[in-house]
Write a protein that binds this ligand. Structure first.
Ligand SMILES: NC(=O)c1ccc[n+]([C@@H]2O[C@H](COP(=O)([O-])OP(=O)(O)OC[C@H]3O[C@@H](n4cnc5c(N)ncnc54)[C@H](OP(=O)(O)O)[C@@H]3O)[C@@H](O)[C@H]2O)c1
Length: 261
């Protein structure tokens, strides 16, 4: 099966590094023009250069945008439509880990997690869906985590906002399916990205990074954590024509870690 995103324009949030960058690369290699959003322009510029080198003629552009600022998101979206003419694929990926035991949970932290992971995703979809409906083709992928379906102790607020992401995905899939706009969620397990550099420094700075990653991977069903490219492959399939009968699902991309389907 050949997976092609030819003539499609994809917008990916949180795309300057990690899973977002891996998706941007895979989408570009598969034929899409790619729009990257993140806050730091210099990191975006480096990422765009790297991605554009993958396919001659590819249109790749990064726009500095803090997705929590909805007015900024709206204005950047307007520029994207002007520069690219349309948006066919949206990947809501920007996020970070936020953990706290319930008794210590500060309400501002809870709110901040929704402000980063739920509201921008909803707003970006509201902006992109009218064009997708008009063209009768669209793909929306909401990146959440496995805690959305199987929350663990100490993982509020992230599990709560991620569960909202799954509910949002289902509602969107029902509302947009009649217009051939398909909406799915991807539940991340433990996958290598820049986030892990931070975990290493925080949890085990005395170990080498390689030993730390091997240690974290050992108890996993596959005996390792995932690679960003493995995640990007699943996203690329969902973004393509080949996934034309898949909507309203939340797929674990976790090497079998989650206790639930
Ligand atoms: N990797 C894992 O093991 C794992 C596990 C569970 C869930 N996830 C989720 O998967 C997604 C990708 O994770 P990752 O590991 O690739 O993370 P990462 O390496 O930390 O990358 C995060 C990306 O998001 C951007 N970003 C962060 N805050 C933003 C904001 N307010 N506005 C716009 N862009 C923002 C960052 O760029 P700037 O800093 O320049 O803005 C960066 O491009 C996240 O939602 C994360 O929570 C990952």
């Amino acid at each position: 099966m050949l997976i092609s995103l030819e003539n499609k324009v994809a917008v990916i949030t949180g795309a300057s590094q990690g899973l977002g960058l891996a998706m941007a690369k895979r989408f570009c290699e598969s034929g899409a023009d790619v729009v990257l959003l993140a806050r730091r322009q210099t990191v975006l510029d480096e990422a765009c250069e790297e991605i554009a080198a993958l396919r001659p003629g590819a249109k790749v552009k990064g726009y500095a945008c803090d997705v929590r600022d909805l007015a900024q998101l709206e204005s950047v979206y307007e520029t994207i439509e002007r520069d690219f003419g349309k948006v066919d694929i949206v990947v809501n990926n920007a996020g970070s880990s936020s953990r706290s035991p319930i008794e210590a949970l500060n309400m501002d932290t809870l709110q901040a997690d929704y402000d980063l992971k739920v509201k921008p995703a909803m707003r970006l979809v509201q902006l992109a869906v009218p064009g997708m409906k008009e063209r009768r083709w669209g793909r929306i992928i909401n990146v959440v985590n496995i805690g959305a379906k199987a929350p663990d102790a100490g993982t509020a607020p992230t599990s709560m906002s991620r569960a909202a992401g799954i509910a949002m995905t289902k509602v969107m899939s029902k509302e947009f399916a009649p217009h051939n706009v398909l909406v799915n969620a991807l539940c991340v397990g433990q996958i290598m990205s820049e986030q892990w550099v931070g975990y290493h420094k925080r949890d085990h700075p005395e170990m080498t990074f390689e030993d730390f990653i091997a240690m974290r991977g050992k108890p996993m069903p596959l005996g390792r954590i995932g690679q960003a490219e493995e995640f990007a492959n699943v996203a690329c399939f969902l973004a393509s024509d080949q996934a034309s009968f898949v909507s309203g699902v939340a797929i674990n991309v976790d090497g079998g870690q989650s206790p639930v389907l």
